[in-house]
Design a protein around this ligand. Structure first.
Ligand SMILES: Cc1cc2nc3c(=O)[nH]c(=O)nc-3n(C[C@H](O)[C@H](O)[C@H](O)COP(=O)(O)OP(=O)(O)OC[C@H]3O[C@@H](n4cnc5c(N)ncnc54)[C@H](O)[C@@H]3O)c2cc1C
Length: 383
């Protein structure tokens, strides 16, 4: 049994850590405006990431990307999550966000959607959630009804980031009411300028993110724009969401690492009642608990990523990684905020932003209760 990370993962982590420490953390309090990176930072930082080879990381090598393994991506996401310099859900400086769905398209559809996305000419976003269907896709109402060589889509989507900038949506819709989320959902690539599509609402969130509501009113979509077979929708959406779970787990790891660094530094410097706060058992026990949990969390994420790369990870494993690490990230940010007192609450420091971002990952991409339910189902099969 070898607990060492492979040499290439260590090298990548070192490169990203240096980039984060030297280029991102020093400017992290001034880079973001609303949900976006300010253009002047985006251009300068993108030049640096391209020079470092940190570009199109999730894109397979045959399409000009780095084709990183899940384990390599985990190391990358962990290091990047130590800073709040980049918007919480869009790492534009590492290349356009490319949905894994697009690599499974037919050659003709790749020409129309994948390659323009890789060249930065088109953008897309996943439109799954609905007012009555968030955690439970079985409650989905948006329908896609076959009409000759088209589908007619009617329905309403909510909480969709970047819908205003997207040129097409990956829409999950009901194609078989009876089957529901068990084989009755399909994914369609829908051009944003198709007649019948209206952006009807805009919501700002505590992490700085902005999401949109989209209405679909008799929207005609060619059958060729269906991804895979009819009824495959959950499989495709889940593939997307599973990678997202490891990403969110790594966010928790990165936040916990940064908070350990900040608590250690601050409590050793801050003197109250004649002694540094680090001399108090309250600080020491907090550091011990967080440090141990962080080490355990790293093992859990690296093992899950390694098993995903080998194709042997079971469904509950990414759920465990996301559950444990997102809760750890929030706990660490909360403790860090507490030990910094008023400074922790202020917008002068990144802590309140780490706290708000960590909190959001306990809901988005699947609330922690759903993670617990899926894991419990697995445990009851074991005993
Ligand atoms: C910033 C942001 C980005 C997002 N990005 C996207 C996106 O790209 N595409 C997209 O389609 N959606 C997106 N979403 C939506 C997101 O995925 C949903 O918010 C999430 O799935 C939870 O759904 P919900 O908000 O409807 O909560 P609900 O399903 O209503 O759940 C609310 C709460 O009820 C409790 N609960 C629910 N079910 C159970 C249960 N079975 N057992 C115990 N407790 C339960 C939990 O505490 C849960 O937090 C985004 C949301 C945000 C805020």
């Amino acid at each position: 049994m070898d607990f060492e990370l492979p040499e290439e993962v260590k090298l990548l982590k070192d490169t990203v850590k240096r980039f984060v420490d030297e280029e991102l953390i020093p400017i992290e309090m001034k880079t973001i405006e609303g949900p976006s990176l300010k253009p002047e930072y985006r251009e300068a930082l993108t030049r640096k990431t391209k020079d470092l080879g940190l570009w199109l990381l999730t894109t397979p090598k045959e399409y000009g990307g780095q084709g990183l393994s899940v384990l390599e991506l985990a190391g990358f996401w962990e290091e990047v999550s130590r800073t709040v310099a980049l918007p919480s859900r869009s790492h534009q400086i590492f290349g356009p966000s490319v949905s894994p769905i697009l690599f499974r398209l037919s050659p003709e559809m790749k020409e129309r959607y994948l390659f323009p996305v890789l060249r930065g000419e088109k953008k897309s976003t996943l439109a799954q959630s609905e007012p009555g269907a968030g955690s439970d896709p079985g409650m989905m109402r948006t329908s896609a009804v076959r009409d000759g060589d088209h589908y007619i889509i009617n329905g309403y989507k909510i909480w969709i980031p970047f819908a205003d900038a997207a040129t097409f949506y990956q829409v999950v819709a009901v194609t078989d009411k009876e089957k529901g989320s068990r084989g009755g959902l399909s994914v369609f690539l829908v051009d944003a300028d198709t007649p019948g599509i209206t952006i009807t609402g805009r919501t700002e969130h505590m992490m700085g993110d902005v999401t949109f509501e989209i209405a679909f009113d008799d929207v005609r979509v060619p059958v060729a724009n269906r991804v895979g077979e009819e009824g495959d929708g959950m499989k495709h959406a889940q593939g997307f969401i599973n990678t997202n779970r490891i990403h969110q787990a790594c966010h928790g790891l990165g936040v916990a690492q940064r908070c350990l660094e900040m608590i250690a530094s601050h409590t050793q410097q801050r003197v109250t009642f004649g002694r540094p706060v680090a001399d108090r058992q309250a600080a020491q026990f907090t550091m011990t608990d967080l440090y141990m949990k962080h080490q355990l969390a790293q093992l859990l994420v690296y093992r899950t990523a390694w098993r995903l790369d080998k194709g042997i990870a079971a469904r509950h494993e990414p759920y465990m990684a996301k559950l444990y690490c997102t809760e750890l990230g929030f706990e660490a940010a909360d403790r860090c905020l507490q030990f910094h007192g008023a400074m922790g609450l202020s917008k002068e420091m990144p802590i309140e932003q780490l706290w708000r971002r960590s909190r959001s990952y306990m809901i988005t991409g699947g609330p922690v209760e759903i993670m617990r339910t899926v894991i419990a189902r697995h445990i009851y099969k074991l005993f």
